[in-house]
Design a binder for this molecule. Structure first.
Ligand SMILES: [Zn+2]
Length: 342
């Protein structure tokens, strides 16, 4: 994986993000640019060159979208509470966070062999946003009522923030480097609710009830239990995401993420859906360069409102199926030139 230390281009200035109806229209206009999300379920990836080889050697363990997002109601273990119940449809992310358009699911295999950066124009079309029958009725209602709304607030503000820049995301995407907002403050927000929504999404995409069993704090937080730190070695990272491609990497043990530079293996789950991206580290050392560490949001009470300043908040993109590859198209082309030059 590339290192993420360069910060170019930077967005100038300081941004204070308040809520309000007027933001919604702005956010909608951003969404109109990004109304065709793809769902990609990443392979257990290492780096770009070795993934295809590795998959051939071990046989693919990449989950298909069908496993992660069952399309019909059925009885099974709820991915939050673990009880065997009739499962109901859950949108990931919430519908109100721009997740209601039609899109296309691209299978991992179709992406691995491609030289081009553009998405293949093939794959199963779905309507009405990304969703699956993953949660029991009680858990679905609780998360939707208590936490989903806050996620929408963050998505709206982030969309407004991107929309208000001199360079819009498609233009930044063409630029080599790693874009960051030097100073952004989310005001009048409930971080304790946002983080519970994000964790509920991670449990949903983990594909079973196993992750919630292994880390019972996750389950208890999502179900409204008292604030507490995330258990080790879990860490949660946040960044802004400017691609129309939605990339969701799940599975019971997440996806392998091998850092060539550090020679270290990690396992992560991630949800990248414009305008927000979240990565949950479930195994391996911390990844401070990946995004902003918001693990401490779980120590906020759900009724505590406040403001959250971020410095150097990254704006990432998604062109490849491997999780946490947030390089811009411009950076990917620059990397390719460098490789070819060797
Ligand atoms: Zn449940």
């Amino acid at each position: 994986m590339p290192s993420l230390e360069i910060s170019k281009p930077e967005y100038a200035g300081q941004h204070n993000l308040m809520g309000g109806r007027s933001d919604l229209e702005e956010a909608k206009s951003v969404n109109n640019r990004f109304n065709s999300p793809f769902v990609i379920v990443g392979p257990p990836g290492v780096d770009e060159n070795s993934v295809a080889e590795m998959l051939k050697a071990i046989g693919t363990q990449a989950s298909t979208a069908g496993d992660l997002f069952p399309k019909v109601a059925h009885e099974g273990p709820c991915r939050i509470c673990g009880e065997t119940r009739m499962l109901t449809e859950e949108h990931i992310p919430p519908r109100g966070a721009f997740n209601k358009e039609r899109g296309r699911t691209v299978e991992v295999g179709a992406l691995l062999s491609r030289e081009e950066l553009e998405m293949p124009d093939e794959g199963e079309v779905f309507q009405g946003g990304i969703s699956g029958f993953t949660l029991c009725d009680d858990c679905n209602n609780l998360t939707g009522t208590c936490w989903g709304r806050e996620y929408q607030e963050w998505a709206r503000r982030a969309a407004w923030l991107m929309r208000s820049q001199p360079q819009l995301p498609p233009e930044v995407d063409e630029t080599p480097g790693y874009a960051r907002f030097p100073s952004v403050t989310f005001k009048e927000v409930f971080p304790g609710r946002l983080v519970r929504q994000v964790l509920s999404m991670m449990l949903s995409i983990s594909g079973s009830a196993e992750l919630g069993q292994r880390f019972s704090d996750l389950r208890e937080l999502v179900l409204g239990g008292p604030a507490r730190p995330l258990p080790d070695p879990l860490r949660l990272y946040f960044l802004l995401y400017g691609s129309s491609t939605a990339r969701i990497c799940g599975g019971e043990r997440g996806q392998a993420w091998w850092s060539v530079n550090e020679r270290k293996l990690r396992r992560i789950l991630s949800v990248d859906f414009c305008p927000l991206a979240f990565v949950l580290l479930i195994e391996g050392p911390e990844i401070p360069a990946l995004g902003v560490d918001i693990s401490s949001f779980t120590t906020w009470d759900t009724d505590k409102q406040g403001e959250v300043p971020f410095s150097n908040l990254p704006l990432g993109f998604g062109h490849k199926p491997w999780p946490a590859d947030y390089r811009s198209r411009g950076q990917m082309l620059a990397d390719r030139v460098e490789l070819d030059g060797e």
